[in-house]
Ligand binder design. Structure first.
Ligand code: PHE
Length: 357
């Protein structure tokens, strides 16, 4: 190999060694091995040489080309590996590291109260039933003895679905009464917790809120069964031994007679109380004996089957039990509020702790 060839090889290998990134290496490759590259140009000169010259220069030039190609390939492999290692290091996650903060979430008071209610009523033999939040007119109103043009429809501030006048956001959980009676034969004992919607908003009303419905259908059911059930539930829910209930005549199209129930309350203990300690009354639920027309609309014979139903606001029950004041805060998603008022995920309502009968 001539000194020139050796010098050129040393120069190019030096450039390859110095290239510290794929771009830089590519530039060196083009300058040496590209069409106009130094090595390519040198190889082209072989054509104009005499056979003797070529027999010396040929192996030297080819040796140069092979050495440069090998150095380029080795350097490229090294750069690729370094890039991969850098990426792996940057994206590294140590799964064994302990989390530095405890989870921030907690169980919302509404969820907690729904679980407490399900627990209490499960102990009384009630199953949990559900229905759709987008409900049709028939289940939400007509089957519940609220025919079209009935003024009770106006009472509900209904949200209708655009372009689908027979569909509404359910205004109460009572349509689940209908769905249950249509789907199963009595005897029936269910509660139906869930979201309901009315176009209303202030400190004690939000456009979406939660209700829980209760329905019992059997033979020989009377208002006395309703009263015992509500009393048992209120005592268990508020964790008190005695509670005064006031039944006021009321009106719901789907119950007859209808009664609104007030719970006697003691300002001293801040809890529901027995008659001796009551100094104010809180309205907590609507109820009554299921109207014969509702039973008939579901295909059952009202002479054979009777029952009672009740409906109450879960948010309101949560406010009363846990001393919360502004209903709107329930739906703000404020983590500070939730930390203060929420419940530990391990704080499960049960009959033996908390929601006790
Ligand atoms: N659905 C009624 C309401 O939302 C409550 C209710 C339910 C009343 C069941 C009687 C029986 O106001």
């Amino acid at each position: 190999m001539s000194t020139d060839t050796a010098a050129l090889q040393a120069e190019i290998l030096g450039q390859i060694a110095a290239a510290d990134a794929p771009d830089a290496l590519e530039a060196v490759r083009v300058a040496a091995m590209g069409k106009q590259g130094q090595v390519t140009q040198l190889l082209k000169t072989l054509g104009g040489m005499s056979p003797e010259e070529r027999s010396v220069a040929g192996p030297a030039f080819n040796g140069l080309r092979e050495a440069v190609a090998a150095a380029l390939a080795a350097k490229k492999a090294a750069l690729d590996e370094a890039a991969l290692n850098a990426k792996l290091a940057a994206e590294r996650q140590d799964m064994t590291l302990p989390v530095s903060l405890p989870p921030a979430g907690s169980v919302h008071p509404v969820s907690q109260v729904m679980d407490e209610l399900a627990e209490i009523f499960a102990d009384l033999g009630f199953a949990v039933a559900t229905g759709p939040e987008i409900e049709d007119d028939w289940h939400n109103f007509t089957a519940l003895n609220i025919p079209e043009s009935h003024p009770a429809r106006a009472m509900h501030d209904t949200f209708y679905i655009d372009g689908q006048p027979h569909l509404v956001l359910r205004t109460h959980t009572s349509p689940v009464q209908i769905r249950t009676m249509m789907a199963q034969q009595p005897p029936i004992r269910i509660i139906a917790p869930g979201r309901v919607y009315r176009s209303d908003s202030d400190a004690t009303h939000t456009p979406m809120f939660h209700q829980i419905e209760g329905l019992v259908i059997d033979k020989g059911i009377t208002l006395a069964h309703l009263r015992w059930t509500l009393e048992t539930f209120i005592k268990a829910f508020f964790e008190v031994d005695d509670v005064a209930l006031r039944f006021r005549p009321s009106y719901f199209p789907f119950t007859e007679p209808s009664v609104e129930v007030d719970v006697g309350y003691s300002s001293k203990t801040g809890k529901p109380a027995g008659a001796a300690d009551v100094d104010k009354w809180l309205e907590v639920l609507g109820s009554g004996m299921v109207h014969p027309r509702v039973i008939a609309a579901c295909g059952l014979d009202p002479n054979e089957w009777q029952g009672f139903a009740f409906g109450t606001g879960v948010d309101r029950l949560a406010m009363l039990k846990y001393g919360l004041t502004d209903l709107r805060a329930f739906f703000d998603g404020d983590i500070g509020w939730l930390r203060h008022h929420g419940f530990s995920a391990f704080d499960l309502p049960s009959i033996s702790a908390g929601a006790a009968l």
